[in-house]
Design a protein around this ligand. Structure first.
Ligand code: SAM
Length: 281
């Protein structure tokens, strides 16, 4: 089952439901010499559940460099290693990338053993997975940096996927609403594969009230997905934004002329759109 050459196997493990583990993942975990785990106690529970007794070493964000050295030494001795995180796929918003790089640089094979990943699970069940998406992972913890990051994503025509922790989820949803159009859809994926699994879709504008309605809705683990902005016919999201901003300060004609100079879009198209926006206001 294992490669003849000692290799590092990057093994995906369940997000919650212990039965969500691939047959090949179980084979690999049973056959390697050592399992390098983000939290050895956590991984022991998984291995016990599947009757696997294995030597475990720690490989978490605070010891990744030393863990990489240890793993390279094992591989050099001809012993294969499996790398696992607490849940899902290692090295995706999880420790592991540094270890993978070190092992590759030392000339040992790295073999993915794919399986659960919160991003893939959420996207696949969100109804938003049929086009381009951008996986942001965790947003910055500091509010100013978080808002700045969101501003940079606002006009991207892609579903946006975020990981979020329960203590910050309401704050983040507030920031999403402050930066993105409230008509964009939000899909909240909570506690995937677990007892209280919940997948809820709503206009972003309704999200704060949805969280308010039940304190339990802010508990557990979250993937948040925001639908792509709907492109305005004829105008890009950015041109539309610039035109709207100018219209707040200037008459229609001047706003269209200035927007045309800034964006390079034809003045007539901007003028027509400016009239529509003025009439709708
Ligand atoms: N590497 C893992 C993966 O990609 O599946 C993710 C690890 S990251 C440290 C943990 C974050 O993944 C959580 O804060 C949450 O955003 C998301 N997550 C993990 N398990 C989840 C679950 N069962 N339901 C919803 N989100 C989950």
């Amino acid at each position: 089952m294992l490669n003849k050459t000692a290799s590092l196997y990057v093994v995906a493990t369940p997000l919650g439901n212990l039965r969500d583990i691939g047959l090949r993942a179980l084979d690999v975990l049973a056959e390697v010499a050592v399992v390098a785990a983000e939290d050895t106690r956590h991984t022991r529970v998984l291995l016990d559940a599947h009757g696997i007794d294995k030597r475990l070493i720690a490989a978490h964000e605070h010891n990744e460099r030393e863990a990489a050295e240890k793993i390279c030494a094992l591989l050099a001795r001809g012993e294969s290693v499996a790398l696992v995180s607490d849940a899902g796929t290692p090295a995706i918003s999880d420790p592991g990338a540094r270890i993978v790089r070190a092992v590759q640089q030392a000339g040992h094979p790295v073999v993915p053993v794919p399986g659960p990943c919160a991003l893939a699970a959420a996207l696949s069940a969100s109804g938003l997975g049929d086009g381009r998406f951008l996986f942001q992972g965790f947003l910055p913890a500091k509010p100013a940096a978080r808002r700045a990051m969101l501003e940079g994503l606002r006009d991207l025509v892609a579903t946006l996927v975020f990981y979020e922790a329960p203590h910050r989820v309401r704050e983040t949803v507030g920031d999403l609403l402050a930066v993105f159009d409230g008509e964009r859809e939000l899909v909240v994926c909570r506690e995937l594969t677990k007892l209280f699994e919940e997948i809820c879709r709503m206009p972003l504008a309704q999200a704060p009230a949805w969280f308010e309605a039940d304190a339990n809705r802010a508990r557990g683990e979250f993937v948040l997905l925001v639908s792509a902005p709907v492109p305005q016919p004829g105008l890009s999201a950015q041109s539309e934004r610039i035109l709207r901003a100018l219209l707040e300060e200037l008459p229609v004609k001047s706003a269209a002329r200035l927007a045309s100079e800034i964006t390079g879009v034809g003045r007539n198209a901007l003028y027509r759109r400016a009239l529509e926006l003025r009439d709708a206001s």
